[in-house]
Design a protein around this ligand. Structure first.
Ligand SMILES: [Zn+2]
Length: 100
């Protein structure tokens, strides 16, 4: 499978893996180190905002509008779909910059 991430190393242009980006986002926006040239990249402030937006908003929408489902299976399935969409979209929206 190809890599859908468009985030590249600012130094050598090597692509960062989705796995690396997810790990960075999961661990409080920890810096990503390029596998090729070891340049460290930090997430931009805007990307932090986007990440919060894309994680908090679906949860908010879910609780506010979708929880009235009486069917637990439907509620869980809908929540699951929202999470998947968020996860797929996020790595293509965040940006990183080279850190000194
Ligand atoms: Zn590099």
């Amino acid at each position: 499978m190809g890599d859908f991430s468009c985030i590249k190393c600012k130094n050598c242009n090597a692509q960062f893996s989705w796995g690396g980006i997810y790990l960075s986002l999961l661990f409080a926006y920890s810096p990503i180190e390029c596998k090729e040239c070891s340049t460290t990249h930090k997430i931009t402030f805007t990307s932090r905002f986007i990440t919060v937006f894309f994680t908090a908003l679906p949860i908010f929408i879910f609780i506010e509008f979708l929880s009235p489902f009486n069917n637990t299976a439907v509620t869980l399935f809908t929540g699951f779909i929202i999470c998947i969409i968020g996860f797929l979209v996020l790595p293509s929206l965040v940006t990183y910059r080279e850190s000194a």
